[in-house]
Each structure stands twice: as C-alpha cells, then as structure tokens.
Design a protein around this ligand. Structure first.
Ligand code: ADP
Ligand code: MG
Length: 461
C-alpha cells in the first residue's frame, strides 16, 4: 500500500479534527453518519463539509451513501492519525521507504530527529487470505462493534506488549519503542528474513539457537504460533531475532501442544529442506518421549517445565485486558487453525496455497520487484540496498514542527472531540430530536441522507 506521507505536511488542524471525529464515530459505526462527524468536529461555518472533501481527495476517508450518507476512515487515514501522533510525541520525524509487507501489516523505515532509523509496523487486520477474510466476516457479522480499526489496534497493542516483555526477559526481539493505534514503533533489525537466506556458515548452530528459542518461550509460558522462516530475522553474524507476536498464546491454551509442535515442525522442515540437515525422523514425530537418549531429538512439550501465567501477567501489566485478549483470540482463531507453516516451494504449494499466493501477490502489488523468496541476486541487491539505506538519508518526507502551519496537540484535540461526542450522544438520548447539521453534507449524486436511519444508528450509542 502506498503511503504518501507528503500529504501529511499540508493537512491543517481542521483536517485532523475532522479525521479524528470520523475515527471517534467509528467506535460505534462502520460508516459514520455525516451529521455525526459534523456534530463531533463542530467546526464553524460549514467547515466540516469542506474538510471532508479535502480528506476524500487525499483518500483519507471513504464516502458511503448506500444506506445513509456517511464516512469511514481508510487505512491511509488511520495511518496518518497514528503517524501524526508519533510525530507530535517526538518519536520520529520522518517516514521513509517500505521495508516489508506481511500478511497483515506494512513495515516502513522512519527516522528520528538525530538521523537514526527505526521501523514502524502498521497492522492491517483483515488484509489476509480470502478464506480467512471470509471466516472473519462471518464472525464480524455477529459482532458489529468489531471492525478492522479495533482489531488492528488490539494486534498492535498485543505485539508491543509482548515485544517489551520478551525483551525484558532477554529474548532476541526488536526493541519496542512506542505504540499508538495500529502502529508499533521498534528498532530496525539489520538482517534478512530467514526465508531469503540460502546459505549459512553454521546451519546447525542457527538451527539449535532457533529451536532453543521455542523451548525457552515455552519455559516462559508462551508459544509463538507463527514461528517460521518469515518471522525469523538473521544478520551477517548469523544472529537470530524473532519478530511478529500478535498471535502468541499461553502454554495453558487448550491447543497449546498442537501449536508448539507446529512451530517445531516448521523449523525442522525448513532446515531439513533448505540446509539439508538430516531431521526427517523428527518431523511430525511428536511422540518422542522415549527417544531422548539419542541426544538430539525434537523438543517435547510435556517435558518442558513451564511458568504458566506469564502471558496473562504481562498483558495485564500492559493494559491489554482479558476481554481484548478474548476478542483477538476469537478473531485469529480460524486463521491459526487453518494456517500451517510455509516451507520450500513444494511444501507451500501443497499446504497453504491460498495464503502463500496472497503473500506473493501482495508483494507484487505493493512492491514491484520485491519477492517473498528472492534468488541470490535479488537477495544480494536487497542486502546492498538495506546497507546503503542506513548510511543515506532514507526519508521521503520530513515533518518539521516549525514548518507545519498549526501543530495539533493530540491530547487536547481528543479531549475536546470526546466532549462533542458525549454531547451528541446526550442529544440523542434526550428525546430523539433529529441532529440537524449546521452544515449538512451535500450528497453529490448519491442517495440523499435518511434521517430516520441516522437516528437509528445514533440510537445505538
Ligand atoms: P506480519 O505480521 O504481517 O507477518 P512481520 O512482523 O512478520 O509482519 O513483518 C513483515 C516483514 O517486515 C518481515 O518479514 C521483515 O522482512 C520486515 N520487518 C518486520 N519488522 C522489522 C524490523 N523491526 N526491522 C526490519 N525489518 C522488519
Ligand atoms: Mg510475519
């Protein structure tokens, strides 16, 4: 997805006010009635309409008049809100090139004021394989208040919390810097996903290190659940870093053993195929408790002494509530059950074609020339461009506080909009008086607004 952050520099205080008003309306509405946006933003002299037009032009909101006249945020609009907040907090000052496209995220480089480079991950729950999207839609249909905005925010918060906790416990993970909305800011890993690595100096050592991580995680009460060559980064010194944590579960999860064994199998299969390690006997051989005398058999879930409760404690400490955890678990459950680790060509074709194909097409669509599994030359080029990037100023757009016309104070804005939102709710509860917009949004060509429907929508607040 293209993230043209240059636009960000030209957005005014009112633009952000209205954009935030749409975001607030989306807490209870998939499509936020125009009148409600106007009511929350409470700009003078028909200002909201003009601003919405500008936001539409920049594709920060989407206009929908199929049921009633309203708006929703686009991913881009949500990205801008998160980026603006981070810039205001001084976390970074510029956004650079895209460095990764995951199944459900986009990763970009960002630069701090002192020129150092970090990475941001923008979560995009819902952008996944068609099969998973369908099952999620089925689920979402029953829970209207769940939308991609909420779920992407939860995924980011969970990932951030885990990254922080794992780092504190000495795990090799990126340094968790900050989190806002669906955006996680972390240190940039100077390496490559294992899937792109064709040769290792000491594959056995790397293999042991990686398998050791799965065991170590279980000892801390955790299972990664997506531990494969796409989520392991490796640098020139063959140092391993694990990434991508939103799907982690506790060892007390009812399917813990299955997830653990699946993580182990992914690694066994990958190293067996890619680096010709003789691990075939261990693959799918989860009943190995008697083979331990051989020395190097696969880790056995039941014989690991685990400190159950780590996950709950860490998440609770981060403010990630049990309910949010449950919401997310329900959402990702189907996908986890269907997902299997991807492997070399033959395996991926057989195992999870849809997902692999989608990942590839995302790469092709979003990043011309960037493939999931590059050939030697592509990988070399990739390495060089990564290296070059670090010494060069990578950033396409800088946000200079002095340059921007008006520096929006995020907390103040949210506070004042929340007040407006409460007033709007109170107005509805007081007696069904139609919320007449001071500056009714003119529906150009679409169907006109249906006040009765809007009333009904507002009634659900
Ligand atoms: P998803 O959850 O969508 O799978 P990931 O967290 O796995 O996303 O990231 C996708 C890709 O982005 C990774 O394979 C990696 O190439 C790149 N990436 C992610 N985090 C970082 C980071 N901190 N530093 C450098 N590259 C990263
Ligand atoms: Mg990943």
């Amino acid at each position: 997805m293209k993230l043209d952050v240059n636009v960000l520099r030209y957005l005014s205080k009112d633009d952000f006010r209205v954009l935030t008003a749409v975001e607030m309306g989306m807490r209870n509405h998939e499509i936020v009635p125009s009148e409600l946006v106007d009511r929350i933003a409470s700009l003078k002299h028909g200002g909201t309409y003009k601003v919405l037009k500008n936001l539409l032009k920049h594709k920060l909101v989407h206009h929908d008049s199929s049921k009633y006249d309203g708006f929703r945020l686009t991913y881009l609009g949500y990205d801008f809100l998160a980026i603006k907040t981070m810039v205001n907090r001084g976390v970074f000052t510029a956004v650079g090139r895209q460095i990764g496209v995951g199944k459900e995220s986009d990763i970009f480089e960002v630069a701090k004021e002192d020129g150092s480079i970090l990475a941001i991950k923008l979560h995009r729950l819902g952008r996944t394989s068609f099969r998973a999207v369908k099952s999620k839609r089925d689920y979402l249909r029953h829970r209207r208040s769940f939308n991609w905005l909420y779920l992407s925010r939860l995924a980011a918060l969970k990932e951030f919390s885990f990254m922080k906790a794992l780092e504190e416990h000495g795990f090799p993970v990126p340094n968790a810097v900050d989190c806002n909305r669906h955006c996680v800011v972390m240190s940039l890993i100077h390496g490559y996903p294992l899937v792109q690595v064709r040769e290792l100096q000491s594959p056995e050592v790397v293999f042991d290190r990686i398998l050791g991580l799965i065991v170590h995680l279980a000892e801390h009460g955790l299972i990664h659940c997506d531990f494969n060559e796409f989520n392991i980064m490796i640098d020139d010194e063959e140092k391993v870093t694990m990434i991508d944590f939103p799907q982690m579960v506790s060892v007390s999860h009812r399917n813990a053993q299955m997830y653990f064994d699946r993580d182990v199998d992914c690694i066994l299969k990958f190293f067996s195929k890619r680096f010709n390690l003789s691990l075939e006997e261990q693959i799918d051989n989860t009943d190995n408790s008697e083979e331990d005398s051989e020395g190097s058999s696969r880790p056995c879930f039941s014989s690991i002494s685990k400190s159950v409760g780590f996950l709950d404690r860490e998440l609770a400490a981060s403010g990630f509530t049990r309910k949010e955890q449950d919401d997310m678990d329900k959402f990702v459950k189907e996908e986890k059950d269907q997902d299997q680790c991807s492997d070399d060509e033959e395996d991926s074709a057989g195992m999870d074609e849809t997902i692999v194909r989608d990942v590839v097409s995302l790469h092709l669509l979003d990043q011309p020339g960037h493939t999931v599994e590059g050939n030697e030359e592509e990988i070399k080029e990739n390495r060089q461009s990564c290296e070059g990037q670090l010494s060069e100023p990578c950033c396409e757009a800088h946000f200079n506080e002095d340059e921007s016309e008006e520096n929006v104070n995020d907390t103040e804005l949210v506070k004042s909009l929340n007040k407006q939102r409460r007033r709007a709710i109170a107005a509805v509860h007081r007696g069904g008086k139609t919320i007449a917009s001071r500056n009714s949004y003119k529906d150009k060509g679409g169907r006109s607004s249906h006040n009765s429907k809007i009333q009904k929508q507002l009634g659900s607040w």
